[in-house]
Ligand binder design. Structure first.
Ligand code: NAI
Ligand code: MG
Length: 331
């Protein structure tokens, strides 16, 4: 059986990293039935919308979506971020962001963190207004979304033999919103006494991720905090060029690099495709093809161990040469 995969290249280096990844996936022992859909700024210029209904339906009907990156220009006031819209429309309630040490000089060793970011509400609900010279953003935190994120996180922790879950919040100041999030996660944690639960306030977390990243295991947090902390943490192990993510819901998922469209590198054979390769591996895990997912992760690891790197990591390989190296290292 072939898996139905919706492919969205998006903008900028989204094109480069998706093309490289489709090449890599053609060497994987799984059949894919691809459909291609449009989203992002180029799509907006062409169709007047950054996220056509047709694209949302294509993602909804796919087993999984493989997503590059999109540009979201901040100067168009009513512009909708395609990826944020998709996460909400498809109810992809968790954004999994693993941060793992790699065999490259700029990566700190012994880091293996999984950040579970709430993905449908919080500060990214998109409800903003201006009243009398004051701009107001609503932050929505629901018990429902917090609970299902917590259930997912603790189940993941147990299934993957993880030892500790760190709840990151700011309930000392945001007493209602972070308060509800904190209470709900703590309530779910009572069913998982085999896993240690701790709490860290978000500003302290930003500091401790730099000071002692080795001690963190699974981290659960709200949407905006997770967005910021995951970019920060990615820099400990090599930066945005290597950081993958999976947006997961009940029925389908979207797998994408954490980075954006980096327009200045687009089409120049410079972009590091590693984040997207590792996102493809997460997609394979999600489809139940973990063995093939591991083949990709092992291939990437071996490529780095051999000293092959793209320019953002201090190496000299372009996107295509690095892709060839990983393909040659697939077992
Ligand atoms: P960005 O992630 O596109 O790039 C930031 C910097 O990181 C780049 O200038 C580059 O130095 C480096 N970088 C990122 N990915 C790389 C890769 N694969 N290989 C080598 N170096 C890489 O973030 P930026 O510049 O803030 O945003 C550019 C556009 O992307 C904006 O329109 C923004 O809205 C959008 N964006 C989209 C996201 C998504 O599609 N999920 C996420 C973040 C930003
Ligand atoms: Mg981000």
């Amino acid at each position: 059986m072939a898996y139905k995969i919706c492919v969205i290249r998006g903008d900028g280096i989204g094109n480069d990293v998706i093309d490289a990844s489709l090449k890599l996936l053609s060497h994987i022992d799984v059949d894919f039935d691809y459909t291609y859909a449009e989203a992002g700024y180029e799509c907006y210029l062409k169709n007047g919308t950054s996220i056509p209904q047709k694209t949302i339906e294509a993602c909804r009907n796919a087993d999984a979506t493989f997503f590059g990156a999109v540009s979201s220009p901040p100067d168009i006031v009513d512009y909708k971020s395609a990826i944020v819209t998709l996460r909400k429309e498809l109810d992809l309630f968790v954004n999994i962001r693993p941060i793992r040490s790699l065999p490259i000089e700029i990566s700190r060793p012994n880091i293996d963190i999984v950040i579970m970011r709430e993905n449908t509400e919080g500060m990214y609900k998109g409800i903003e207004r201006e009243e009398n010279g004051v701009a107001i953003a609503e932050r929505h935190i629901s018990e429902k979304a917090s609970r299902r994120l917590a259930e997912f996180t603790y189940k993941y922790a147990r299934d993957n033999k993880r030892k500790r879950v760190t709840i990151v919040h700011k309930a000392n100041v945001l007493r209602k919103t972070c308060g509800l999030f904190r209470r709900t996660v703590l309530d779910v944690s009572k069913k998982y006494l085999d896993i240690e639960t701790e709490e860290v306030i978000v500003d302290a977390m930003a500091m401790r991720l730099i000071k002692e990243p080795e001690r963190f295991d699974v981290v659960i947090t709200t949407n905006l905090f997770g967005d910021i902390l995951s970019d920060e943490a990615s820099q400990l192990v090599g930066g945005l060029g290597i950081s993958p993510s999976g947006n997961i819901g009940e029925k389908t998922g979207i797998f994408e690099p954490v980075h954006g469209s980096a327009p200045k590198y687009a089409g120049k054979d410079i972009a590091n495709p590693t984040a997207t390769f590792l996102s493809a591996a997460m997609m394979l895990d999600f489809l139940g093809e973990r063995r093939e997912g591991n083949r990709i992760r092992d291939g990437v690891f071996k490529t780095f161990s051999d000293g092959n790197k793209t320019k953002d990591l201090g190496g000299s390989l372009g996107t295509s040469a690095f892709t060839e190296a990983v393909i040659n290292n697939l077992k």
